[in-house]
Ligand binder design. Structure first.
Ligand code: C2O
Ligand code: CU
Ligand code: CU
Length: 491
């Protein structure tokens, strides 16, 4: 039985949330605010994004070798508006080929930044990226074939907040760094000298990389932030390579207002959110009714069963405090908790004219340990598959007709996987043979696949030609690099 099966079958997720221990609790560091570039009021000239090697202090006084985008680690938060076209100059100052994919954007294949839009060292990629979609939290990250896991882990990831007229006028907290915070959650591993490590072996390919240390906005958790007395909005990205995070509040429910592709129909109250790599959720925290509250994150146990039991008996740690918010006497956003947020009809499966089946295949018989030894940090693209075929840049797997609505039905032979489709948002019809949790019933571009089938209803409105196809893949980045990815055109 693998780690994820154990969590599921034993109901251990609930125990994780109540275990309550957390590591490094002693030193509460301030929440780092990711530098924000606000483009909603206008754009002048081109927008440089410079990808470069750097050193970064994760808060443990060690100089880790990282990558950054205009920063020493991670990229900026870009705040943009529906209707704009973003003239990016993506400059590759790394000694390695890279790409930059806009995850969640409804854009044509030729500006999508997938593995076909390689940027050689020293080169600049200059896509004009149109923003046609509604308010939503999106992100961008490396999508270099066979190297996505290591490059993203090192820091090639950033956040793009799309606003629209309705979201800018909405009665919600929206002052960045005051009552509106962007949180990039990641798990990391550090060597004895405190520097960031990423070592792969067969087991890491199999489960994906699982770190033992939670990092928020590039700083080791827990972190702390003072906020005015009022409502506070947290826009959360799981930018882990492979780790599913169980989010909860220390006190009271999570109040979820948005998922990957935009606002939910109404605020959803839930005890916890199971958040896969690549997913985004927005929550509201009411600091009028409590002096402080904390965002808690349940991590998967590092080494399976033994470590997990160790956690229960106080030996290891499974639930970490990510962020503690403490109110000051300043008056903050005093609006009501919103009820109605967006007009969202339930998905109607009768709109689909095509159904496609995708089976994710972990167990293709490849020797992962040998691949790890031979390929260093690159899996070689041939060990995992979808519908019997490992990812091949020269093969188009599916051809979609532009404007069609389809049902994609995804199954898997083992483990829990987050499935992602480029160039669209979709609605989840079923997740593991059941209706999705209410917080995942709105616009999404990620769906969990484990037992039974997960079905999504998706419409493709933008073109992706043969030389710039879209990807669909598992968002466990080591699985993606190992070949659990396919390509499709929209014409
Ligand atoms: Cu977030 Cu194909 O990626
Ligand atoms: Cu994507
Ligand atoms: Cu996977």
């Amino acid at each position: 039985m693998n780690r994820r099966d154990f969590l599921k079958t034993s109901g251990a997720t609930a125990l994780l949330a109540s275990a309550g221990t957390s590591f490094a609790q002693s030193s509460l560091r301030p929440l780092p605010l990711i530098p924000m570039t606000d483009l909603t009021t206008g754009i002048e000239g081109r927008l440089p994004l410079t990808l470069a090697a750097a050193t970064h202090d994760f808060g443990n006084a060690a100089a880790s070798a990282t990558y950054g985008i205009n920063n020493s680690y991670l990229g900026p938060v870009l705040r943009v508006k529906q209707g704009q076209t973003l003239p990016f100059d993506v400059q590759n100052r790394l000694h390695d080929v890279t790409t930059l994919h806009w995850h969640g954007l409804h854009i044509p294949g030729d500006v999508d930044g997938g593995p076909h839009q390689e940027i050689a060292p020293g080169d600049t990629w200059a896509p004009d990226v149109p923003i046609v979609q509604h308010a939503s939290m999106n992100w961008f990250h490396s999508h270099t074939h066979g190297k996505t896991a290591q490059q993203t882990y090192k820091g090639l990831a950033g956040v793009m907040l799309v606003e629209d007229d309705a979201s800018l006028a909405a009665d919600l907290p929206k002052t960045y760094g005051v009552d509106d915070f962007t949180l990039v959650l990641q798990d990391k591993m550090f060597a004895a000298d405190g520097t960031l490590t990423y070592d792969v072996n067969g087991a890491v390919f199999e489960d994906g990389f699982i770190g033992d240390t939670l990092v928020v906005n590039g700083t080791i958790a827990p972190v702390a932030q003072n906020v005015p007395t009022g409502l506070v909005r947290l826009r959360i990205l799981n930018a882990c390579n492979a780790q599913f995070l169980t989010l909860s509040m220390q006190t009271g429910p999570m109040r979820v207002i948005a998922s990957d592709g935009g606002f939910l129909a109404r605020t959803v109250e839930t005890d916890s959110i199971l958040m896969s790599p690549g997913e985004r959720y927005e929550v509201l925290v009411d600091l009028r009714t409590a002096e402080s509250n904390s965002l808690m994150v349940g991590l998967e146990p590092e080494e399976g069963l033994f470590n997990f039991l160790g956690g229960l008996f106080g030996g290891g740690n499974t639930t970490a405090t990510a962020l503690t918010l403490t109110r000051t006497s300043d008056k903050g956003f005093d609006g009501a908790l919103p009820d109605q947020l967006a007009n969202l009809a339930p998905p109607d499966r009768s709109q689909a004219s095509v159904t496609r089946d995708f089976s994710l295949e972990m167990t293709t018989g490849a020797d992962l340990a040998a691949l790890a030894a031979n390929w260093g940090n690159v899996c070689g693209g041939g060990a995992m598959a979808i519908n019997g075929q490992p990812m091949n840049m020269d093969r188009i797997d599916e051809t979609v007709r532009k404007g069609d609505t389809e049902i994609w039905r995804i199954t898997v032979d083992d483990q829990l996987h987050p499935f992602h489709i480029h160039g669209c948002s979709f609605r989840i019809l079923t997740q593991n043979d059941a209706p999705p949790p209410a917080y995942a019933a709105g616009w999404k571009d990620m769906v969990h696949v484990e037992n039974g089938a997960s079905e999504v209803l998706v419409k493709f409105d933008y073109e992706a030609p043969e030389d710039a196809p879209y990807m669909y893949h598992c968002h466990i980045l080591e699985h993606e690099d190992c070949g659990m990815m396919g390509q499709f055109t929209v014409t």
